[in-house]
Design a protein around this ligand. Structure first.
Ligand code: PEP
Ligand code: MN
Length: 371
């Protein structure tokens, strides 16, 4: 059961303490307090855990500060919407707001290689007014003989360069719990010039210990990628491990499914699920067109397949696009063949904006005007 408090009730108020005391008076029930920080307001929720099925909602609904009491009927207890009972309030990190209403591009290097390439990438993003980027330091590779990423050694220079070019958030995959500490130490030693969103790659979507580790820290938000060979429900349950650890600042990312049925794309593009994830969860939804398509194939209309599938995700309501770019793709040590060129950045941004505007027009048309 989730008790949603009204916006003006602070989490240390006397009323919340009395609600927690009342909940604790029922046998086998424990409580957890969650404060969700949105851009304009914070929302406090009290989770009642354990044998809550027999608890009446009425005594809780009588408190003046309670907005509503929601019986949790689905399994996505923390990330789920539970029908229309729970709103998707979103979160704020390092001055950037994320929700199911916002829209951000995260272009950048699949893998950090040279300092020059990182700098050229961030400089191009700044020139185009983009403050959020991707940059991989730890790469989970299919073969142990392939480049594994520059690791902790590159972090200080990546963070300093991000700060220099006004990048507020870098999405960076972690493949082991120790990487979280390495990132935190590098942020501290460089004086926090940027922020980091911890990316969970598709290969680790069910690495439950890693999920618990990123979920039990609340400093850095998490971008969770759908598992490539499991159902959406299994991925959402795995994502729930992050949220149940206490970290509610999560983005859910679709990146395609591993099957030959998607050929000639690297993965079967699954962006038709954007509305489903928005309906089932409170999370902002990201798409990764680069790892879905896996090439620079061009359609007869002149647009790259990466542009086309990006548009498919955006027109369905995606909130974030994580996309591979590289200043010199032939030099890239990972996924060069799918990287867009820096000279294509302006066109990509324009194409994304056109599609986002079309999405917004579709929503406006579908929403009945207020009387
Ligand atoms: C990545 O984004 O760099 C990556 C490895 O993606 P995925 O986990 O989706 O394969
Ligand atoms: Mn990659």
């Amino acid at each position: 059961m989730i008790i949603v408090m009204k916006a003006d009730v602070s989490s240390d108020s006397d009323e919340i303490r009395r609600i927690i005391d009342l909940a604790a008076s029922f046998p086998g029930v424990s409580t957890e307090l969650h404060e969700i920080q949105g851009s304009t307001r914070s929302l406090t929720e009290i989770y009642l855990l354990g044998s809550t099925g027999v608890i009446p909602t009425a005594p809780f609904e009588e408190f003046a500060g309670v907005e509503r009491v929601v019986r949790v009927t689905e399994k996505y207890r923390s990330i789920g919407r539970h029908g229309s009972g729970i709103e998707a309030v979103g979160f704020e990190y390092n001055g950037v707001h994320f929700s199911q209403e916002t829209f951000h591009l995260f272009p950048g290097l699949c893998a950090v290689d040279t300092r020059e390439n990182v700098e050229a990438m961030f400089r191009a993003l700044q020139e185009h007014g983009i403050e959020t980027a991707r940059a991989g330091a730890y790469k989970p590779r299919t073969s142990p003989y392939d480049f594994q990423g520059r690791g902790a050694e590159c972090l200080p220079s990546v963070f300093e360069l991000a700060g220099k070019y006004g990048i507020k958030i870098v999405s960076m995959e972690v493949t082991h719990e120790s990487h979280i500490d390495e990132i935190q130490s590098a942020l501290v030693s460089t004086g926090h010039p940027t922020g980091v969103m911890l990316q969970i790659g598709t290969r680790n979507a069910q690495n439950f210990e890693l999920l618990k580790a990123v979920g039990q820290q609340t400093d850095l938000p998490v971008l969770f990628k759908r598992g490539m060979g499991i159902t959406l429900s299994e991925s959402l349950n795995a994502c729930e491990y992050v949220a149940s650890g206490g970290n509610r600042r999560i983005v859910f990312c679709l990146r395609g499914m591993k099957t030959n049925l998607g050929d000639p794309h690297r993965n079967f593009v699954d962006f038709g699920l954007v509305p489903a994830v928005r309906r089932l969860t409170r999370l902002p939804v990201c798409i990764d067109p680069s790892h879905s398509v896996g090439s620079r194939a061009v359609a007869p209309d002149g647009l790259l397949d990466v542009f086309h599938v990006t548009a498919q995700g955006i027109i369905a309501g995606a909130n974030i696009v994580l996309v591979d770019f590289h200043p010199n793709p032939e030099e890239a040590l990972c996924d060069g063949p799918q990287a867009l060129l820096v000279s294509e950045l302006a066109g990509f941004i324009e194409d994304a904006r056109i599609t986002r505007r079309a999405y917004e027009a579709r929503v406006e048309r579908a929403t009945p005007a207020a009387p």
